[in-house]
Design a protein around this ligand. Structure first.
Ligand SMILES: Nc1ncnc2c1ncn2[C@@H]1O[C@H](COP(=O)(O)OP(=O)(O)OP(=O)(O)O)[C@@H](O)[C@H]1O
Ligand SMILES: [Mg+2]
Length: 422
């Protein structure tokens, strides 16, 4: 079979991959004004403003450093955050900031980007109420981390990691994988986990976990102004010790046309209270599905081994990488591999075309998947030692960022079926 996408060169993509696997909670709707002195810093701040985590923030950048800032706020109100770059030495910085303090509203937070690496200066700045001190040259992610860090108390609640799972085509097994992976995160890693079924009309999470909750995600999405943590809590149905479900109604009396922001409040609320959130995203390309994917901490695209799946996976990865330049690239896994008599595109050809190995390759196992679906059970509940259960455990580790020290157990999986990327 000829795969057109294979003709692309195996790229330098892997090398250019930003090594970012940390959890940064998005900043709320705040105003940020930066006063830079060097074009390099201005460029980094500009790029940070385009990061998904600062998507709600309003960022304005100008040159002129601290002098320009003092002039700008002499008589006009200050924003939520001021970012000041200064090439000055210690004392001059402190004098400048004292003058700025006179025109700065209480409550405005200040980030200083300096060119001096000096612990004493750093301490003195913090003592005078500066919120953060970064040393130039700064990277885009340093700026993102600093601004977002101002609004998330480090000692407070856990910052939830959002794992979005979507199929490259309908029916490829994305929901089965989302539910089993969510279950494994809760069971194996003992992380409190919520699986949110975003397929409102047809979602199967309720069936798969053998739950029939009276309420679920529809109650939240149709009454956004009622959403707070207590409200979301009531909509969750508990499946196991660490796993809760935000179920889809799977009824058709309403239609489910949403605006791009429909799920934002729900996601924000979950992220503030639950360490691990698995989104079962239906195979749709709409404003809100795109937004859910772009905003996630990890993305897993589930693909079957045919040309349409390959094309769609490539298109999704390309678009998402461009929209998330400071994040790890979206992962993909191959599912239902080895179906008898079916011609399939080989995992190696997928890897070449996508310039990335699959994070997991899951065999076609109709017996165990069929039994699990009909019983409302997970694969690992039927057989914890089944090779597919092991793959779900490893996927859970990879998607929660716990793969670094643990490799796939050799010998347990055949090279093809167990191929898991670190
Ligand atoms: N590896 C597998 N081997 C055999 N059957 C599988 C496998 N993975 C999933 N299935 C089965 O494929 C069917 C479709 O799975 P699932 O509903 O998870 O797909 P989906 O991508 O979420 O579909 P939709 O587009 O409808 O949301 C289910 O019956 C499921 O049990
Ligand atoms: Mg589904």
């Amino acid at each position: 079979m000829i795969v057109p996408a294979l003709q692309t060169e195996p790229a330098e993509a892997a090398a250019a991959e930003p090594a970012v696997n940390e959890q940064i909670a998005p900043a709320p709707r705040v105003s940020v004004q930066a006063f830079c002195e060097t074009v390099e810093t201005a460029a980094a701040v500009q790029a940070a403003g385009e990061d998904r985590r600062l998507g709600k923030a309003h960022l304005k950048i100008q040159m002129g450093g601290i002098t320009a800032a003092i002039e700008a706020y002499n008589g006009s109100p200050t924003p939520n955050v001021i970012v000041i770059e200064t090439e000055n030495r210690g004392d001059e910085i402190l004098d400048g900031l004292d003058s700025l303090a006179e025109v700065c509203d209480a409550g405005t937070r200040v980030i200083v980007i300096g060119h001096v690496n000096d612990v004493l200066l750093y301490r003195e700045l913090l003592r005078r109420g500066v919120n953060d001190y970064l040393i130039a040259p700064i990277g885009t992610i340093d700026m993102v981390r600093s601004v977002c860090g101002l609004f998330s108390a480090p000692d407070a609640k856990p910052v939830g990691r959002i794992i979005a799972i979507i199929g490259a085509k309908g029916g490829v097994g994305a929901s089965s994988i989302a539910h089993n992976v969510g279950w494994a995160v809760a069971r194996e890693l003992r992380l409190d986990t919520v699986v949110a079924d975003l397929d409102l009309g047809f979602g199967t999470a309720g069936l798969d976990y053998n739950q029939d909750p009276p309420q679920g995600i529809a109650d939240a999405v149709f009454s956004p102004d009622r959403i707070d943590n207590a409200f979301i809590d009531r909509l969750l149905s508990k499946c196991t010790e660490h796993l809760s479900l935000l179920a889809a109604p799977a009824t058709l009396d309403r239609v489910y046309d949403f605006g791009a922001e429909a799920f934002d409040t729900i996601i924000d609320s979950l992220r503030a209270t639950v360490p691990s959130i698995v989104l079962d995203v239906p195979h749709l390309w709409s404003g809100w599905t795109k937004k859910m994917l772009i905003g996630a901490d990890e993305i897993l695209i589930v693909a079957g081994p045919d040309l349409a799946n390959l094309r769609n996976t490539k298109n999704m990865i390309d678009l998402l990488r461009a929209a998330r330049p400071n994040d790890r690239r979206p992962r993909y896994c191959l599912n239902q591999i080895g179906m008898p008599k079916r011609p399939e595109i080989k995992p190696g050809d997928f890897a070449k075309a996508l310039e990335d190995e699959a994070t997991a390759i899951i065999p076609f196992e109709p017996q165990i998947f069929g039994t699990a679906a009909n019983n409302g059970q997970m694969i690992a509940e039927l057989s914890s030692s089944h090779r597919v259960a092991e793959i779900f455990r490893q996927l859970a580790q990879a998607l929660t960022g716990r793969m670094e020290t643990k490799k796939a157990r050799p010998g347990l999986l055949s090279p093809l079926l167990g191929m898991l990327k670190r």
